[in-house]
Write a protein that binds this ligand. Structure first.
Ligand SMILES: [Zn+2]
Ligand SMILES: [Zn+2]
Length: 125
């Protein structure tokens, strides 16, 4: 499999993204019209080659992002929106894991699921 122009374009979209993106969002940000199956195949390729990684929520919601770019997410279970947050609480946990499991940690992804400000507001009204 080749790093084709289309794959390059999709990779560029993810490099510029300020947060993880779903397939449809990636498609919308492309300058060129591409059908969804081409986008899917490109994402598979990029993930397989370790350029990008993904996080899935449930069976249908999947976000893609550049390798090691984002690690901490807030995922809204109602509107399926994703936010990133910058606080990392992993250091203390890593020490525990290292001590108790002798497991070498290379990276981590951490997320909370819940309701975003907008969806939470709707519920309280
Ligand atoms: Zn929401
Ligand atoms: Zn962290």
């Amino acid at each position: 499999m080749q790093f084709t122009k289309k794959r390059q374009m999709i990779y560029e979209v993810l490099k510029k993204a300020d947060k993880p993106l779903r397939t449809e969002q990636i498609k919308k940000r492309l300058n060129e019209k591409m059908n969804l199956s081409t986008v899917y195949r490109a994402l598979d390729f990029l993930e397989e080659k370790n350029y990008i990684e993904s996080a899935s929520f449930g069976k249908t919601v999947r976000f893609f992002f550049c390798k090691n770019r984002f690690k901490h997410f807030l995922y809204c279970e109602r509107c399926s929106d994703i936010q990133i947050f910058d606080v990392c609480a992993a250091k203390a946990l890593e020490e525990v894991v290292l001590k108790e499991h002798r497991f070498q940690i290379n990276s981590h992804i951490f997320y909370f699921t819940g309701l975003c400000e907008k969806c939470k507001g709707d519920k309280e009204k």
